[in-house]
Ligand binder design. Structure first.
Ligand SMILES: NC(=O)c1ccc[n+]([C@@H]2O[C@H](COP(=O)([O-])OP(=O)(O)OC[C@H]3O[C@@H](n4cnc5c(N)ncnc54)[C@H](O)[C@@H]3O)[C@@H](O)[C@H]2O)c1
Length: 307
């Protein structure tokens, strides 16, 4: 069934991939982003700050059967400017949920949360019972808004689905404000046959998913039966757990270059926050029909195809 889907952050890394998929599936898409340039052709593009009520009203005026909320002040930027994170990641999102729910009560909302809600250090294993214990401003604000999605769903204002994303690969080169961007930078370096100094150790473990698989999970979230979700409406997406050394070896193999191009100079804070991920079990997400890429070779091939 064709839907009018409003996507915030439509010009971003995940947003572009998702908008292309939505358009290909025959949906009408309204994309909001700070700049129009990144929003894929074919979408109704709204350029501006979604913290501005007029921008939100303009976007919703085209009709909204479903809302995918991706726009965010990312982790590094939120840590540097907590007030900006509060304004965008909390207050503006809260307003957007209220306004969308008034225009179309009970509409499907898919919210991109993050494994940052779990905090660090993580316990010996993470599963659906692991409590949220964020440390970064970004993760704290994401956790707060997971509760807002659940509360507004319980009140019938929206029909919310929160998906917690692991490291998504491989984002475009260049500054992103994301502290985890080194994972993607590894892909760019090896694809170009260049050396790379990895800021976490070879034995450091990450949870990862390709952007292609991630967009497919968002497509699924738009229509899934919410009775399959836990009461809090939030799931940690399935992800593959692999070491940076194994990831580098597989990228190098597929790019036909030597894994010796990568040297390791671990930064303790980055290692603790992004490369000390224990075994991950996500039965709630699997039950609801979400998936990871399958195996490391497919993850790497999917990620390479996006850069
Ligand atoms: N990429 C990852 O590895 C990852 C991991 C965990 C969670 N997430 C979450 O997934 C979502 C999408 O991530 P991404 O990697 O595509 O991020 P991104 O930074 O590439 O894209 C976000 C987009 O939102 C836009 N945006 C930010 N603030 C805005 C504002 N006030 N008004 C309008 N547009 C604004 C940005 O211009 C950007 O294009 C985010 O909510 C992020 O927190 C991503």
């Amino acid at each position: 069934m064709m839907m009018n889907v409003v996507v915030t952050g439509a010009g971003g890394f995940v947003g572009r991939e998702l908008v292309r998929k939505l358009l290909a599936a025959g949906h009408h898409v309204t994309g909001i982003d700070t700049h129009e340039s990144g929003i894929p052709e074919g979408a109704r593009a709204i350029a501006g700050d979604f913290g501005d009520a007029a921008v939100r009203a303009n976007a919703l005026a085209g009709g909204c059967d479903a809302l995918v909320h991706l726009a965010t002040v990312p982790g590094g930027a939120a840590e540097a400017d907590p007030a900006a994170s509060r304004r965008i990641n909390v207050d503006a999102m809260y307003d957007l949920l209220l306004e969308a729910g008034v225009i179309n009560p009970g509409l499907r909302v898919v919210y991109a949360s993050s494994i940052a809600v779990l905090g660090d250090p993580l316990p010996a294993l993470v599963d659906d019972a692991t409590p949220l214990s964020p440390k970064m401003i970004y993760g704290g604000h994401k956790a707060m808004m997971e509760h807002a999605v659940a509360m507004f769903s319980n009140r019938g204002l929206i029909d919310g689905v929160t998906v917690r994303l692991p490291g998504i690969l491989a984002r475009p080169k260049g500054p992103s404000g994301m502290k985890s961007a080194f994972m993607s930078d590894l892909f760019h370096a090896l694809k170009a046959g260049e050396t790379f100094t990895c800021p976490v150790s070879a034995a450091g473990t990450i949870w990862a998913q390709s952007v292609r698989r991630c967009a497919e999970n968002f497509m699924h979230a738009l229509t899934l039966d919410c009775a399959l979700l836990p009461p809090a409406r939030a799931v940690t997406l399935p992800a593959q757990r692999l070491t940076m050394g194994d990831l580098a070896a597989e990228i190098a193999r597929q790019c036909g270059v030597s894994p010796e191009l990568v040297t390791y100079a671990p930064d303790a804070a980055l290692e603790a926050a992004f490369a000390a991920q224990p075994p991950l079990y996500t039965p709630a997400a699997l039950r609801a029909g979400f998936a990871h890429d399958g195996d490391p070779a497919t993850l790497v091939a999917n990620a390479l195809s996006s850069i």
